[in-house]
Design a protein around this ligand. Structure first.
Ligand code: ACK
Length: 291
């Protein structure tokens, strides 16, 4: 039988995910920690001599099959997605040096958008919001076209390359959907309920239209400078509130027209929500979104 590492690496080679060797990586400072493990800054020395700055995501522990499965799924998804608004995966590594599995990704040195919003509470960054939202919209329209659902679209999962360049990351919960285009959650992975559409909360059903709901929540996070949605509500209270048609209030200083767009993302009936392709057209009609 295959060892856990081989179990990961072998099928990924077949899927043409690049397998990176220890010698090709150098490590810099620790960028942060997630529930999966640690993320380091580093460099990747590519075969043909090019050296690129990267983020190295190290899986916590060595032999946890479940975490391994999760990382494998994330790598499968990321390698399919090539878009300027989506964080790129360079490859994976089975590091002997660290004794764990690594995902080597494009480095976005400014960290998460949520952090950035906290650190810049003033009005100066407001002029950037429309450009960020348009980029997230472009990345998601690409995913929608490729029949991928993200399932964890939120400001914490948008990374910043610069003030004006942002990308979607964290494909840990993403899945390619089958022909009928929805995904039913079966595992007991912790779920970000405040970002979830009613059909995801009540029927564990995920589609590009439930990603559209989360996109509306992400817009709300941006315009509130990173407030936590439905801050004080408990799970049951939140479910009840959503079911009865309750929605997040307009963020302070957000135009009626922009709030209307997020509100449309929160239509109870998923079919009534705009698609990401529709949203691109909607934004194109707004002066502040025409950069
Ligand atoms: O908010 P952050 O600075 O951005 O802290 C988290 C941490 O690692 C754990 O997820 C950061 N991070 C994740 N992926 C990347 C990446 N590709 N480039 C730069 N930072 C990253 C994230």
């Amino acid at each position: 039988p295959l060892s856990p590492e081989e179990h990961l690496v072998n099928p990924l080679i077949n899927k043409k995910v690049v397998v990176i060797q220890d010698e090709q990586l150098t490590y810099g400072k620790l960028l942060g920690e997630g529930n999966f493990g640690k993320v380091y800054e580093g460099t990747y020395h590519e075969q043909h001599g090019k050296v690129v700055p990267v983020a190295i995501k190290a899986l916590k522990g060595t032999m946890d099959m479940k975490a391994l499965e999760e990382m494998k799924k994330e790598a499968y998804v990321m390698k399919e997605l090539m878009h300027p608004c989506i964080v790129r995966l360079y490859g994976i590594a089975n590091s002997k040096r660290l004794g764990c599995l690594l995902m080597v990704q494009e480095l976005l040195s400014m960290g998460s958008m949520l952090d950035y919003l906290y650190k810049h509470p003033g009005g100066a960054v407001r002029s950037l919001f429309s450009s960020w939202i348009t980029q997230i919209n472009h990345g998601m329209a690409y995913m929608e076209k490729k029949h991928f659902v993200h399932r964890d679209l939120a400001a914490r999962n948008i990374l910043m390359q610069s003030q004006i360049r942002v990308k979607i990351s964290d494909f840990g919960l993403s899945r390619r959907t089958s022909n009928n285009d929805y995904y039913i959650q079966r595992s007991d992975t912790p779920i970000p309920i405040a970002w979830y559409a009613p059909e995801s909360l009540f029927e564990y059903k995920f589609t590009s239209k439930s990603d559209v709901w989360s996109f509306g929540i992400t817009m709300w996070e941006i315009y509130t400078h990173g407030q936590y949605p439905y801050e004080t509500m408990e799970y049951n209270e939140l479910c009840d509130f959503i079911q009865r048609g309750g929605r997040l209030p307009p963020p302070k200083g957000c135009s009626r027209a922009i709030y209307n767009i997020m509100y449309r993302c929160w239509a109870q009936d998923a079919h009534m929500r705009p698609s990401f392709a529709d949203l691109l057209k909607l934004f194109a009609t707004r002066q502040e979104f025409r950069a």
